[in-house]
Design a protein around this ligand. Structure first.
Ligand code: HEC
Ligand code: HEC
Length: 295
């Protein structure tokens, strides 16, 4: 009898410990929120970050960033509808502060609680404080559209935002990008885009049963197929087998044609149209140089 009480006591203590651990916030380094944003630089970051791809409905392309309405992003956990992030004060983020925006982008925290990782905040967390301020300025300049966001279609237990606390503890590392001085500026820029704003890593990596990226297997491809279809490996050797070199890869990111005369389709077609084709040549070249293993 006494022994059982001890066992139950220990289980309760361990359980409470895990509970408290899971509920402690996962936050990265504090951001400088006194910076003044530049909407013009931010407009480029909207393209670099591919916000348009997810937050604009393909059926109403002129409703820029007003959220998905016709179909959500399909995941094993349910359908997610990226919300309205226009400057609408009723339906968008028009009455948000820079601090709130920064928390969403850097720590995956929204006004309603934890944000779902279908929003790649685990990539955007790498962006600099100035870029977050610039992006916010640009979004506040996006014409307001008052269409309310479509609710997500997710079942129990994923409809409980608190459940994301555990996910964050397991798979989310809030941090800023740190350049590697052993490599060139171009290589660092490419790496930053691939893992940060360009979020190539979110589709081109395998995921475990809980939807976390398999640690150590980044960019090896997602043969199981994610939201956007089966994404091939972006490792140098795999790309070289598909006849890419740095120049050809930069070209593909610009026009969507592969060296083997295929057209990139599905999710990648959208990424090229809304995102990489609108980048500067220097940014496409940096991503290509990094992926093809330049120094
Ligand atoms: C892969 C798709 C995807 C991309 C790319 C994406 N988002 Fe989102 N975003 C989402 C989803 C899904 C949500 C909803 C998350 C939730 O409800 O927890 C979201 C939520 C947000 C929110 C929180 C809004 C709210 O009302 O709580 C902000 C702010 C946001 N995104 C900004 C951006 C910006 C800025 C970019 C580009 C740099 C971007 N998103 C790119 C999918 C995406
Ligand atoms: C929303 C998911 C998604 C994102 C984000 C994404 N990709 Fe892709 N990518 C795909 C899919 C799916 C394919 C396969 C397309 C096809 O077969 O037509 C693909 C194909 C490719 C290919 C062709 C590879 C080959 O072997 O022919 C390249 C190169 C590529 N992506 C580079 C990138 C880069 C660089 C980024 C970041 C800027 C990126 N992708 C971001 C989903 C994505």
């Amino acid at each position: 009898m006494r022994l059982w009480l001890w066992v139950i006591g220990i289980i309760v203590v361990i359980g409470a410990g895990i509970g408290i651990y899971m509920l402690t916030p996962v936050t990265g380094p504090a951001r400088d929120l006194t910076l003044t944003g530049d909407a013009e630089r931010g407009a480029y970051l909207i393209r670099l970050g591919g916000c348009v791809t997810c937050h604009t409905d393909p059926k109403t392309k002129d409703a820029l960033l007003a959220g998905l309405q016709s179909a959500g992003l399909k995941t094993p956990f349910g359908n997610f509808y990226p919300p309205n992030i226009t400057s609408s004060r009723s339906a968008g983020i028009g009455n948000w502060t820079l601090a709130q925006f920064s928390r969403a982008m850097s720590d995956g925290e929204g006004p309603q609680g934890h944000l779902y990782p279908a929003f790649p905040f685990d990539a955007y967390t790498l962006m600099s404080d100035q870029e977050i301020a610039d992006l916010f300025a640009a979004l506040q300049a996006v014409p307001a559209i008052d269409t309310p966001s479509h609710p997500h279609e997710v079942g129990f237990p994923f409809n409980i935002r608190l459940a994301m606390a555990g996910w964050k503890h397991l798979f989310f590392h809030p941090q800023r990008f740190v350049a590697d001085p052993a490599h060139s500026e171009q290589w660092n820029r490419g790496k930053y885009i691939v893992f940060g704003p360009g979020h190539c890593v979110t589709c081109h990596s395998p995921r475990n049963l809980l939807g976390g990226i398999d640690a150590g297997a980044e960019l090896t491809g997602n043969p199981a197929g994610g939201t956007g279809g089966k994404a091939p490996s972006l490792l140098k050797d795999a790309l070289a087998r598909h006849e890419y070199d740095a120049a050809a890869l930069a070209e593909t990111l610009s026009d969507g044609f592969t060296p083997g005369f295929d057209t990139l389709g599905g999710a990648m077609g959208e990424v090229v149209a809304d995102e990489t084709s609108q980048w500067t040549e220097a940014d496409r070249a940096a991503v290509a140089a990094y992926l093809m293993g330049a120094e």
